[in-house]
Design a protein. Structure first.
Length: 167
């Protein structure tokens, strides 16, 4: 069977549990009766699968922020014999904000967070959890990756809280 191209359509807003919509080109083989989406947290080792019938789209939910997921699709015939799986795609779920430890309190604070293609992000800070100030923003992401930001003013505050805002 023909290898199926798999692509991400968009990214959901950052939430505790997220989903990702997937889409692929239909297999042109007339014997195709349906598709199975495989996914998991280890490259090439798919712990879950979803039979989507003849649909060429699927939404996979229950994804964890900051976790990398791998997806592949295979087509099957009416006897449920599957063809080869597509090339896998990798998706890093946005929404996590990780602070790296500092050697001393006056050192800049390093924040790491994943971004999704087509979105830009603001890093905001506050000392009172009421009034938030944007202290940095990304450009629109062109790939699904981790971004790093250093706050050189972190040491000026006895306490400072951070959040990211997805756009």
């Amino acid at each position: 069977m023909v290898v199926i191209a798999l692509c991400m359509l968009s990214c959901a807003a950052a939430r505790g549990s997220q989903s990702v919509p997937l889409a692929w080109d239909p297999n042109q083989d007339a014997s195709v009766a349906g598709y199975v989406v495989y996914y998991g947290n280890t490259s090439g080792n798919y712990s879950s699968s979803l039979d989507v019938g003849t649909n060429t789209t699927a939404t996979i939910s229950g994804l964890t922020e900051g976790q990398t997921n791998y997806f592949a699709v295979s087509a099957y015939n009416s006897a449920r014999v599957e063809g080869a799986r597509s090339s896998q795609i990798v998706y890093l779920v946005p929404g996590a904000l990780i602070m790296a430890p500092r050697a001393k309190p006056t050192d800049p604070l390093t924040l790491n967070f994943p971004v999704a293609p087509g979105h830009w992000y603001e890093v905001q800070a506050t000392t009172n959890l009421t009034s938030w100030t944007t202290i940095w923003q990304t450009t629109a992401a062109t790939s699904n990756a981790w971004v790093q930001f250093q706050d050189p003013k972190a040491g000026l505050f006895p306490k400072r809280f951070y959040r990211t805002v997805l756009h």
